[in-house]
Design a protein around this ligand. Sequence first.
Ligand SMILES: C[S@@+](CC[C@H](N)C(=O)[O-])C[C@H]1O[C@@H](n2cnc3c(N)ncnc32)[C@H](O)[C@@H]1O
Length: 350
Amino acid sequence: MATKTRLAIPSNTREHARVIGEAVDEAWHNNFGGSRIEVPLGVVAGLALVGRADPDGPDPAELAMNLDPDGFAALLLELWSRFAILRPDLLPRVKPLWKWLEDDRDEHRLKAAQAVGHAALRKGLLELTGVEWRRHDADLLGMLLQILRSKSARNGLGQFLTPVDVTDMIGEMSRVGDLGDTEGAEEAATLSEAMLAPDAKPGSRILDPCAGTGTMLLGAARSMRRRGVDPAVSEWWANDIDWAAAACCAVNMHLWGMGPRVIVGCGDGLLLDWMDEALKSRQAAIDEVTGLWEMARKFALVRELLGLPLPKSPLMRHLADAEARMPKPPPPPASHTFDAEAAYSQGRLF
Ligand SMILES: C[S@@+](CC[C@H](N)C(=O)[O-])C[C@H]1O[C@@H](n2cnc3c(N)ncnc32)[C@H](O)[C@@H]1O
């Protein structure tokens, strides 16, 4: 059994994210992980979905650290499968973060992935992502992406996180407002336009066409929360030209509790095509998962009728129990743009 070797948790969430990011980077490179940064990003993002629903229950970090490499891969696949069911709308963007798990099983890569998972858990990943206010406060994936990317690659795309003081100030200034319905891409507002509006109302629309991992949007959400407004009442449009940033942004929008009306595109933010493409791929993913869900429901019914037991490890049982205990938040107000949200439920995975 792995022992509790986790260290003191920094009280500052940004510092905590940095500590985790550096430990992950070190574990990845010490294990000769190579250039496929979707692997460490996918491990950390996947484990960030676990949460810590029950302080008296088994410690999911300990359970995860005691798995062998195949068990660890199975855990990640399970976490991403659950994410797919819960957030099919975000699937097109997050695909690179789990697709490698389905590729040819490479023992060396899996070992490096497991080392990354252990490093993140030892540095208190679940203490950051499993506590709601801390999870809503930090851009862990943005920090990790910035650390993993070589300096030259970052310079090329201008990928530097906006300091938290600046995003908070912009959030305070923005007082994001109701910008009306979007019938087409042209009508969507930019974040700078949103700054001019007086107050956040249900249905307000907030957009960042070069969002990176969404740091600026997090600033707006934090500002809304400080004023007692739930960010989930708004529509959030994010885009980045870089697949890794867009993928992390999509997971972030879920981790930060931005609600079900989230569009994350991956294209040139100087053009408007990304908006149409993002809406279409989002709808296609929702339709596909809804179909699969129907099929799975039928299979489950057959299993039940035949009295076949569902095999479950203690970790899977913990995840399923914690999921069942999560209260379901109320549905958001009606929207013309988002007509498929009934296909999934709002809220956290576990
Ligand atoms: C400095 S970061 C800003 C990220 C975020 N808005 C923030 O404040 O933290 C700039 C981002 O713009 C992205 N980017 C650069 N050119 C772009 C383009 N033409 N379309 C969309 N995104 C672009 C980069 O990939 C990078 O993630």
